[in-house]
Write a protein that binds this ligand. Structure first.
Ligand SMILES: [Zn+2]
Length: 250
């Protein structure tokens, strides 16, 4: 049983951390399959509304049980999905339900769930500004905005990996244990979370952050926070995540 809310009492008075705690608090158990399907469809519509995807871009998945996930199909616009379009697969990739072909980036999703038992959802899209950084081969700095340090953490830029191959899991391998957001070089953005809301919040936050960094660099420069403050924020994030992982294990 998950119990993120109790991990948030006491010292965690920062509103950003409390936001993060609220996401964890939603994990009081597995969502019903139809609730999960509608939540995935909702994220697809948000991706489309925000202009994070074009055509059949992007893919979303969520864990429906310890060994199964619900994932978006390949080849359809993710803003126009119905529950019947979603595909259920086990963590070996075997299709259990649904008439459509699962996402061409299924291997990336499976790898995340295999490596991170704490992760319940993955959101992948091509948001223009974050993807522009990934295309330019420029990593987003880890030390500019407190909210990003607390909610997302560092955002590594992976090596390039061909879509639909096992190169994508290999590109994530150096970072999967410690990170929750990944800039896929010459490709797009992947964020993961302990709920769909958390994976989505990270997705939105990274794109917003990329826009701010881009603007700050046009105006002048994005000045880093003092090193001691970065360490303090990182320690707050680690302590929150650690305490949530302990709750998950109980
Ligand atoms: Zn993609």
């Amino acid at each position: 049983m998950f119990g993120g809310a109790s991990a948030c009492s006491g010292a965690l008075e920062n509103p950003v951390l409390l936001t993060s705690c609220r996401f964890a608090a939603t994990l009081s158990g597995m969502e019903s399959p139809s609730g999960l399907a509608h939540a995935i469809i909702d994220i697809g519509q948000r991706l489309a509304r925000k202009g994070f995807i074009a055509g059949a871009d992007g893919n979303i998945s969520a864990r429906s049980s310890a060994n199964e996930i619900l994932v978006t199909p390949s080849g359809l616009p993710k803003g126009e999905l119905t529950p019947e379009d979603l595909v259920r697969v086990d963590l070996s990739g075997k299709q259990l339900r649904g008439a459509r072909r699962p996402s061409s980036e299924l291997l990336m999703h499976l790898y995340v769930y295999q490596q991170r038992p704490d992760i319940m959802a993955c959101v992948h899209s091509h948001p223009p500004t974050a993807t522009a950084f990934a295309a330019a081969g420029i990593e987003l700095p880890p030390d500019i905005l407190p909210e990003v340090i607390l909610v997302v953490g560092a955002i590594p830029l992976t090596i390039y990996a061909a879509t639909g191959t096992d190169e994508l899991p290999r590109a994530l391998a150096p970072f999967i244990e410690h990170n929750d957001a990944f800039m896929l070089r010459n490709h797009g953005l992947l964020t993961i979370g302990r709920s769909l809301s958390e994976a989505w919040a990270r997705h939105e936050t990274v794109e917003h952050y990329a826009k701010i960094i881009h603007l700050a660099r046009q105006i002048g420069n994005a000045h880093p926070l003092p090193e001691a403050e970065v360490r303090r924020l990182e320690a707050m994030r680690s302590s929150l995540l650690q305490s949530m992982r302990e709750q998950v294990r109980k």
